[in-house]
Design a binder for this molecule. Structure first.
Ligand SMILES: *Cc1c(COP(=O)(O)O)cnc(C)c1O
Length: 375
């Protein structure tokens, strides 16, 4: 039996939406994007969404829109996908890492506070595996220290904590529609925010800084446009939006399906010698994006190889960013700098988790993992 690490479940609904989008004269940012933005914002209970080409672009634009640049420091977690830190570099700013809580893997607020300097402008919390950071605590800290909070909510469309959802206690939350995310257009992303002025600025920055996009010019006839500041080419197109519109109505059903698989894994691995799990903080509702195990670091890579050679997809999320070669070389980071993130990074592995998984496949994954524990 083969079990892929991930498989999308796009089909008829998405095809219908795409063929509808193909009947429009213009394929770039237009009606479908606007509709997707409205629905995404409504789903999250926020006023505005701005569709872009990736979460990396979303994070970068948010920093840019807040004037974060060279000489500025932005605090984030080393236990994340490299995109979070890269976005800070794209803005020309300096990433400053703060270690995570050993039990949860989430940015530790006391360490954020300790990392603040006179140059710190922003903090990017990451809702790791779909588990939100303590946004109430972070919002209070940010207010005290005059920092901008931009959430990396790439894995957290469905998550909440203490009743707070992404984007509600920050300037903006950034989402990803990359191939393995909860809803996907292959590549894609969005910024969701309460703030109208920010959304308007992002709409310009995502398209060269132009005062009018192609669709607008098409619809209203030719008008001269202006550029007040240099933007990027990050605009989401109608085909991406069409794919996403097809999936939005099923977000909840797909979430429930992941939760069911999650429980099967929990039942199997709870109390299993040789396996630990990160703790879910009190008050957190996980988006159930990634199911991870913590195993003996001496054995982890052998287990990954054994699971893979049994035909089961497996990944590691994440070896911490500060130990990647370019970050070590540029900033002089060393093993031991962020021990909690490093410890999780050398023990963690991620198992398949998506709605299309059959019970028999989940049982197979469980059996394969148990066998690999002896590898
Ligand atoms: C997927 C992911 C990203 C990057 O998203 P892209 O859309 O590929 O740019 C950033 N941060 C986290 C935590 C992610 O999981």
């Amino acid at each position: 039996m083969r079990v892929e690490f991930f498989r999308h479940a796009l089909g008829k609904r998405e095809l219908e939406r795409v063929s509808q989008a193909l009947r429009e004269p213009i394929l770039t940012t237009g009606r479908a994007v606007a509709e997707f933005e409205r629905r995404l914002a409504a789903r999250l209970g926020l006023g505005h969404a701005v569709g872009v080409t990736s979460c990396t672009a979303a994070l970068h634009l948010c920093l840019q829109a807040h004037g974060v640049g060279p000489g500025d420091e932005v605090i984030t977690t080393p236990l994340t996908f490299v995109a979070t830190a890269h976005a800070i570099l794209h803005a020309g700013a300096t990433p400053v890492f703060a270690d995570v809580e050993p039990a949860t893997g989430i940015l530790e607020l006391a360490r954020v506070e300790a990392a603040v300097t006179s140059r710190t402008r922003a903090v990017i919390p990451v809702h790791l595996y779909g588990v939100m950071g303590d946004m109430r605590g972070l919002a209070a800290l940010a207010e005290r220290r005059c920092l901008t909070v931009i959430e990396d909510a790439a894995q957290c469309l469905e998550g909440s904590r203490d009743g707070v959802r992404p984007g509600h206690l920050s300037r903006a939350a950034c989402f990803s529609f990359y191939a393995t995310k909860s809803i996907t257009s292959g590549e894609g992303g969005a910024v969701v925010t309460h703030h109208q002025d920010l959304a308007a600025r992002l709409r310009r920055l995502r398209l060269h800084g132009m005062t009018a996009g192609a669709e607008e010019r098409h619809r209203h006839g030719f008008r001269h446009w202006d550029v007040d500041e240099v933007g990027w080419k990050y605009n989401m197109d109608n085909l991406q939006a069409a794919l996403l519109l097809g999936q939005l109505p099923r977000v909840r059903a797909r979430y429930r399906a992941r939760q069911r698989i999650w429980r099967l894994y929990d039942d199997a691995f709870g109390g299993q010698p040789g396996i630990e799990r990160l703790q879910l903080p009190a008050g957190a509702r996980s988006a159930c994006h990634l199911y991870t195990l913590l195993v003996d670091p001496e054995r982890r890579d052998r287990m990954v190889a054994a699971i893979e050679s049994s035909g089961v997809g497996v990944t590691v999320n994440y070896r911490p960013v500060h130990l990647l070669s370019c970050y070590r070389r540029t900033f002089g980071f060393q093993p031991g700098d962020f021990p909690a993130a490093e410890s999780i990074g050398e023990r963690t592995l991620s198992l398949p988790l998506y709605p299309g998984l059959k019970q028999a496949q989940v049982e197979h994954v469980i059996a394969v993992v148990r066998r690999a524990l002896k590898a």
